[in-house]
Design a protein around this ligand. Structure first.
Ligand SMILES: [Zn+2]
Ligand SMILES: [Zn+2]
Length: 239
């Protein structure tokens, strides 16, 4: 049964399920409409109910196939971003746990679909940037020809969006202002004048950096702050 679902069926099911959820179509009408599109009545009902459970973040017991799961999750992200995808992933996790427990098997492909989509929910900005940096390093190891061949395939021209969470320290503006005042437009490491002035107010452009990172327990004090030109700032992080 599951194998007879075509892509058009899945797309139709998603469209109709969202009408049932948001636009006053009854479940019965939705099922009838999907049946006319060639989906079996029971499966039609399951698809619509699974959509609803995904939106509500509730465990669902009836199963839909891997392709439909993948399409639903992607489309939910498309339609409502993290606010839709997050409960849907939650619901699917619960479904997988439920199903595996009862059937005593592992839904490898479905787990992979969920794992692939979870990255759209990001995690932290820092872990995302670190993962990207690793991909760049891996790409650098390849030959230029291999990279050019991938580029010629012109995949990923429109980059996916990711919703990330970020934790920041609330810095004391007086520390920044006083460090800038102390530096008086000259980088405190290379002792060169700031490379340019800010367009907004004509002041020299320097960046205030913490010698011991706040993340490493450094204090947000003038003693731990240094006003740097962008080059020295980058060097202090990556050099
Ligand atoms: Zn400098
Ligand atoms: Zn810094």
């Amino acid at each position: 049964m599951a194998n007879t679902l075509t892509t058009a069926h899945i797309q139709g099911a998603y469209r109709i399920a969202s009408q049932v959820m948001d636009h006053g179509l009854s479940l019965k009408q939705g099922v009838a409409q999907l049946v006319t599109e060639g989906v079996g009545a029971t499966y039609a009902q399951d698809l619509i109910n699974v959509y609803r459970s995904m939106r509500l973040g509730r465990c669902y017991h009836r199963t839909i196939n891997v392709e439909a799961t993948d399409y639903f999750l992607r489309q939910l992200f498309e339609d409502g971003g993290a606010a839709y995808l997050s409960p849907a992933i939650n619901a699917t996790h619960q479904h997988i746990d439920y199903y595996e427990k009862h059937q005593k098997l592992t839904l490898h492909r479905k787990r992979k679909v969920v794992a692939d989509l979870e990255h759209l929910l990001g995690g932290s900005v820092m872990s995302h940037l670190a993962a990207f940096e690793e991909l760049v390093q891996a790409a650098l190891v390849d030959s230029s020809d291999a990279r050019k061949a991938r580029l010629a395939a012109r995949a990923h021209l429109k980059p996916e969006r990711v919703v990330l969470t970020s934790t920041m320290f609330v810095r004391n503006p007086d520390v920044v202002a006083e460090a800038l005042h102390r530096a008086a437009g000259v980088c405190e490491v290379c002792v060169q004048p700031a490379p340019f002035t800010r367009k907004s107010n004509g002041t020299p452009y320097l960046e205030v950096h913490h010698k011991i990172r706040l993340a490493d327990g450094g204090l947000d004090t003038l003693e731990n702050a240094v006003a740097l030109c962008p080059n020295c700032h980058r060097a202090s992080h990556y050099g």
